[in-house]
Design a protein around this ligand. Structure first.
Ligand code: 13P
Length: 279
């Protein structure tokens, strides 16, 4: 099917009490691996790319590649801009026909974050989904960072969500970007954020969180969980292991297919962990 609006993914996940994985792509192999897993499990999903990862492709190639692969996928998928740090990035992704957008002005002071996020809302319009971030998620996202962590203040949530009009809110509640084996969700804080708003929540930093925590997020109004590092690691490891096994390896296609299979395994496992009902 054609790419759907992020709003459709939110609606379907909310009504079925599912959590959508949001998996970062960079290239063809990652995209193929993600969609193969989505087809196996059948849970609505976001495929996303951050501005740092379009250095080679630009947004249009990503759109064409994802849309083409999804043409015969029966499961709804939205194409999402991850960590749009500027209005320019939002405009570029919209021009490339992305169907869901994140504005991330979370490192700015509260009022500035609110103003930039509200401006993004006017550009994104009511038919596409907008994610904004309140509080700042620590760790290293791509080549950016490490960012300073500021946990989301529940007292700031109500006004921020009402004035921005975002469809999803990314929160900082102990989740950390990148390889962060010690990261833990503070469920008390997450519950207080949940009480402050009905807007669906987003948890970034899905790679570092323990499986038993990921499996509880659906109880707290979380609709989207971002996973990037685990996929990148699986892909780079597949190529690295192939070279170590045989420095004269010349079958790029075989190694590429092994990388796709490794990505599929990681994504399928994550979707199932996030959705214990799916099993
Ligand atoms: P991880 O790299 O920790 O999975 O985080 C990804 C992320 O949150 C992208 O926005």
């Amino acid at each position: 099917m054609a790419l759907v609006s992020g709003l459709e993914i939110i609606e379907e996940c909310t009504s079925r009490n599912l959590v959508a994985g949001a998996f970062n792509t960079t290239n063809l192999e990652t995209t193929m691996g993600i969609v193969a897993a989505v087809e196996r499990v059948g849970v609505p999903t976001f495929i996303q790319v951050a501005p740092t990862n379009v250095a080679l492709s630009g947004y249009e190639y990503i759109y064409d590649m994802v849309a083409r692969r999804l043409a015969d996928c029966p499961v709804p998928v939205a194409l999402h801009l991850d960590h749009g740090k500027s209005i320019g990035a939002v405009e570029d992704a919209l021009a490339a026909r992305f169907t869901s957008i994140m504005i991330d002005a979370s490192e700015e002071p509260y009022e500035e974050n609110l103003a930039v996020s509200a401006r993004a809302r006017t550009l994104v319009g009511p038919e596409l989904a907008l994610e904004a971030e309140l509080g700042s998620i620590g760790g290293k996202e791509d080549d950016i960072g490490p960012e300073q962590e500021h946990r989301t203040d529940p007292a700031q949530v109500g006004r921020f969500v009402a004035e921005v009009g975002c469809d999803m809110l990314a929160v900082s509640v102990g989740n950390v970007h990148g390889h962060a084996p010690d990261a833990r969700i503070d469920f008390d804080l997450l519950a207080r954020v949940r009480e402050a708003t009905t807007v669906p929540l987003v948890v970034h930093g899905g790679s570092g969180l323990p499986v038993e925590q990921l499996g509880r997020l659906h109880e707290f109004g979380v609709v989207k969980v971002n996973v990037a590092s685990d996929l990148r690691n699986a892909m780079i490891r597949a190529f690295g292991e192939a070279w170590v096994a045989n420095p004269n390896e010349a079958s790029l296609i075989r190694v590429s297919q092994q990388a796709v299979a490794a990505i599929t395994e990681v994504v399928e496992r994550r979707i199932r962990v996030l959705n214990p009902v799916v099993g």
